[in-house]
Design a protein around this ligand. Structure first.
Ligand code: ASP
Length: 438
């Protein structure tokens, strides 16, 4: 018999009715044994996610020394869920403890983590399953990275012989003994870690859409769904803005070739998207699998005659960025030119000036130029490497749409072509590429 780890996102945890639906989904398949949950998300358009209310609680602690002024909203969400489910548990006692701990800890990560903690307590009670605290099994290193070895060992040991467990997503224990969270949307990563450590046969990620689309449905009306994609394609697309799954959730499952299935809690019979190792990948016949875009990048262009002969040139430029703790997205280069693409938020304010000055001092370039407000659009698909004329089609489509391309970068795996355009051309660019290939 297989073993499925299922992660349910915020909208699947939003209120008692949805939780009841989730319970039925879980109990309809005996292989669904380890459940990872997010904090309750939005119930309707302009509702507020529990995690966002918790960050407001932390701000209140900073301001007023206690979270009481904001915590009433948290109390209302969780008592409402328990009431709707008719659950016999001391939710008020749990909330009292949580409120006190938030005041005492004075930590943003601890406060935010309580959304998942409380949600998992409720889900465990609803299913009659064991509650396994993520703080006891997920560990971070001193540098704030996941401690794979300690985490995998602890999860495997804790779940041994456990028929069914509920584990809160989004957080774990730091090397300093304090709670730490992943970045936003990080419960997807928790689900993948549990799937990897428990030796799952499938990681099901339950959300509010029926999988990935070939492009953002807010840009193109009813785009084609993606039935199957590889881990690599997922990484490229989610990193570039297809935000169905956290881009980092691929690593823990990829090691053991565990497939990921995206499913829709509100349309459980829809097939969704399967994400599988390349060894199991059967080409769909489409050259392109998907297109995704991300706005707000800054490009620093550097020119210097004989750059190609100057040993250490690129290293010196990159050292300047490293000294300012700036992560680099892409480095397209020519013979006497190189460009560095950075997320604009990383060089906001005076930092950009400092970086430019540093580059001028380090390599004495002939020209340094900056282009801001750039959107990067990635066209992704394994089919591209074996198909002649793909880039010609892509660039012709952009020319016909009147889009000025500022930058081109093709990944070494030949499964993606990235173009940089002005922010305001982002949607038009995605639509033009979509209509060319689909
Ligand atoms: N609740 C957290 C967030 O809103 C984590 C998650 O849902 O995955 O980002």
């Amino acid at each position: 018999m297989g073993l499925k780890v299922c992660k349910f996102g915020g909208t699947s945890m939003a209120d008692g009715n949805v939780l009841d639906r989730v319970k039925n989904i879980i109990l309809s398949d005996a292989e669904r044994r380890y459940i990872v949950v997010s904090a309750p998300g939005k119930r309707y358009g302009d509702d507020v996610k529990v995690t966002d209310i918790l960050y407001a609680c932390f701000d209140a602690v900073q301001r007023e020394g206690r979270c009481a002024s904001e915590f009433s909203r948290i109390r209302a969400r969780y008592t409402g869920i328990c009431r709707e489910l008719g659950l016999d548990m001391d939710i008020n006692g749990l909330l009292d403890e949580t409120e006190k701990a938030i005041d005492a800890e004075e930590s943003a990560d601890f406060t935010a983590s309580r959304g998942e903690y409380l949600a998992a307590k409720i889900m465990a009670k609803l299913l009659g399953a064991e509650f396994v605290d993520a703080a006891d099994v997920i560990f971070f290193t001193d540098a704030g990275r996941l401690d794979d070895e300690a985490t995998n060992g602890a999860i495997a040991k804790r779940l041994e012989g456990c028929a069914m467990a509920v584990i809160p997503g989004f957080y774990g224990m730091g090397a300093d003994g304090k709670i730490r969270t992943f970045s936003r949307g990080g419960s997807d990563i928790t689900g993948a870690i549990v799937a990897g450590a428990a030796g799952a046969t499938l990681y099901e990620n339950w959300t509010d859409v029926s999988g990935f689309y070939a492009c953002d449905p807010r840009i193109v009306n009813s785009p084609r769904g993606i039935a199957t994609m590889s881990y690599k394609e997922l990484r490229e697309l989610s990193y570039m803005g297809a935000n169905v799954l956290h881009p980092d959730s691929i690593f823990p499952v990829r090691k053991s070739n565990i497939p990921v299935q995206i499913k829709n809690t509100f349309r459980p019979d829809d097939a969704g998207t399967s994400i599988i190792p390349i060894s199991q990948y059967v080409p769909s016949g489409n050259v392109v699998t998907g297109i995704a875009g991300h706005k707000n990048f800054t490009v620093i262009h550097i020119e210097k005659s004989h750059m190609n002969d100057e040993i250490g040139f690129v290293r010196k430029v990159l050292s300047v960025l490293e000294n300012y703790n700036i992560a680099i997205e892409h480095i397209p280069s020519g013979i006497d030119t190189m460009s560095v693409v950075i997320e604009s938020a990383q060089v906001s304010g005076y930092k950009l000036e400092k970086v430019l000055e540093g580059i001028k001092n380090a390599v004495r370039p002939d020209v340094v130029r900056v282009t801001e407000n750039i959107a990067l659009i990635a066209t992704v698909g394994h089919g591209m490497s074996s198909s002649v004329g793909t880039s010609a089609r892509l660039f012709k489509a952009l020319a016909e749409a009147g889009i000025n391309i500022k930058m081109i970068d093709q990944g070494s795996s030949e499964m993606n072509i990235i173009v940089g355009v002005q922010n305001e051309d982002c949607e038009k660019c995605i639509a033009a590429i979509y209509h060319e290939f689909f």
